[in-house]
Design a protein around this ligand. Sequence first.
Ligand code: KG4
Ligand code: ZN
Length: 342
Amino acid sequence: MRVIGIESTCDETAAAVVEEKLGGVGAEILSNEVMSQIARHAAYGGVVPEIAARAHIEVLDRLIGRALADARTEIGQLDAIAAAAGPGLIGGVLVGLTAGKALALAAKKPFIAVNHIEAHALTARLTEGLGFPYLALIASGGHTQIVAVRGVGDYQRIGATMDDAAGEAFDKVGKMLGLPYPGGPELEALARQGDAQRFDFPRPMIGRPEADFSFSGLKTAARQALLRLGGALSEVDRRDLAASFQAAVVDVVIDRLRVALRIFSKTDERLQGLAIGGGVCANMALREALSRLCGESGLRLAMPPPELCADNGAMIAFAGLERFKLGFVDDLSFAPQPRWPL
Ligand code: KG4
Ligand code: ZN
């Protein structure tokens, strides 16, 4: 069984073909084409929705063609067409969703509308074959949440951010440090040589009994520290600030996961592991801390490679495949969902 997946909810245009792995969980990625629009948005310090939508239109046809060619697959050989239908920027979502529906209509194939967050939550099954139930940490530029995944389509939100997403906080502090958009990867690089102890940043929500997140206070603390340092920041100041900020984010995420694990342990289900997804989960300091957390709790950690944590088409194709195998097929009248909580 082969499924193509189309992604266009933010600033990556992507298309990929995956094939069912017979006799096991997971799938084979036959092709995975991703085209980032970052260069077009960088001058504005963030994603400009109208530019994003137009850029998706410009490249999507070609990208779909390349994904099929790389996978040596004709449209007729596909079993289903999947496209992300949200949540995300409405203009971009419309582009990918309409392309997916048109392909399905023309090729007379079943169409599957995929929730982008669901796709991040299921990626660990694609790459690691993780079984249900598991906890998924999803941390990206638009979302930060912990979800109990009991089956395909069976999700329970255990915690979520009350203000900024983790990636948004990285991007905003990155901007304060003069880093180009998106700040996350650059801030991580800067933090590598910094002193994480130098700035005593708050750890918002730590110790709270529910597993929610908050990052806006941390962002404000970073801004105040910058103001105290005055106008001219030395390279050492920038590194130390980046390292101290990143350490605070990592501490918060780990503490919130501990609480989520505690909440889950009150059910009588046997957890199969912790899965991660979303661009922030490409962060090596976070990945190391997650390894320690799972090591000490004897929990399996299912970490997709960084490129599959970030937005991609394979995760949409795989979520489509999982839904299709269970008989979930959508109507071509399926509307784009700018907001679509799991
Ligand atoms: O999942 P994603 O590619 O797109 C969304 O759905 O938002 O995540 C992008 C976010 C951006 O905020 C980016 O700064 C952040 O993930 N990010 C990182 C790293 N790589 C990407 N944040 C921290 N460390 C990284 N290495
Ligand atoms: Zn995403």
